[in-house]
Design a protein around this ligand. Structure first.
Ligand code: SAM
Length: 282
């Protein structure tokens, strides 16, 4: 039996082709086979680099069949590089099952690190990066998305999200309503010609994008709620509960009173009131 080959997990650029490492180029030149999310896309990169190698596809819908094909080659001693369209494979991209299978067969898996949109966005965000939680893409369905955001109401770490440009505004709106007036950073078109960072309170960032057709790729970073904000949230909730449990005030009036008492934004208080109402009825 031959010694198994090595599976290399190779990060490729997220826009700017100069972000490919020397090591990545060498590995792409040396391997026997390159497994790519989209072979046409990767062929362009290889042509730019002057590399000619056998390519095979590996993406979400063929991962079981192709995973076996790739593993068979690894078992026979061939080395394989896995790449995706942009950034680091396995990070909101295909690759996890292949790596898991390789690990379970004791085939060596070697990361070739490089660009990753989440890390690039974090590094230039100006937000505290000591601890963060990466959510990748939220579910497609609006109800599920909101549920997912709500689950992070008490989250003390910075939240990192990938988002489609067409849904940016809706997601920022949900963040404002469900998490409150947090500081957010939207990192758009990282490493590309139209790279942009929109920073500020979520309402300011919503204003900045209002009336624009948002194009390209975006990462959303949501700063942790401050302790002060959390204390405020607890105060708002207990005031609201008092008014709502009383039963004599409508939701709208209860919100009006609490806004007047706390000086907080109406949208924030309203979102808290809806949560309380829902928990009371459910
Ligand atoms: N594996 C990739 C990585 O390491 O970042 C992520 C792939 S995921 C399918 C694509 C998402 O990553 C995009 O929808 C966007 O949220 C984010 N992304 C990728 N490239 C980006 C860029 N140049 N600028 C901003 N966001 C980017």
């Amino acid at each position: 039996m031959s010694t198994p080959g090595i599976l290399y997990i190779v990060a490729t650029p997220i826009g700017n082709l100069e972000d490919l490492t020397f090591r990545a180029v060498r590995i792409l030149k040396e391997v026997d086979l390159i497994a790519a999310e989209d072979t046409r896309h990767t062929r362009k990169l290889l042509t730019y680099l002057g590399i000619s190698k056998p390519l095979t596809s590996y993406f979400d819908h063929n991962k079981t069949l192709k995973g076996e094909y790739i593993l068979e080659r690894l078992r026979n001693g061939l080395s394989v590089a896995l790449v995706t369209d942009a950034g680091t494979p396995c990070i909101s991209d295909p690759g996890y099952q292949l790596v898991r299978s390789a690990v379970s067969e004791r085939i060596a898996v070697v990361p070739i690190p490089g660009a990753c949109a989440a890390i690039a966005a974090l590094s230039a965000s100006g937000l505290p990066t000591d601890s963060f939680v990466f959510l990748g893409f939220l579910p497609n369905r609006p109800g599920k998305r909101r549920e997912c955001i709500s689950a992070f109401q008490g989250e003390k770490r910075l939240i990192v999200l990938y988002e489609a440009p067409g849904r940016l505004m809706a997601t920022l709106g949900d963040i404002r309503e469900l998490l409150g007036e947090r500081t957010v950073v939207v990192a758009r078109e990282l490493t590309k010609m139209h790279e942009e960072f929109a920073r500020g309170a979520v309402s300011e960032v919503i204003d900045a994008f209002t009336g624009r057709q948002v194009k390209g790729e975006v990462v959303i970073l949501v700063s942790p709620g401050s302790d002060e904000l959390q204390v405020e949230t607890v105060r708002v909730e207990s005031l609201l509960e008092k008014y709502l449990l009383d039963g004599t005030l409508s939701l709208k009036d209860a919100v009006r009173f609490v806004v007047a008492e706390t000086g907080l934004q109406r949208s924030e208080v309203y979102a808290a009131a809806l949560r309380i109402k829902e928990s009371q009825s459910g």
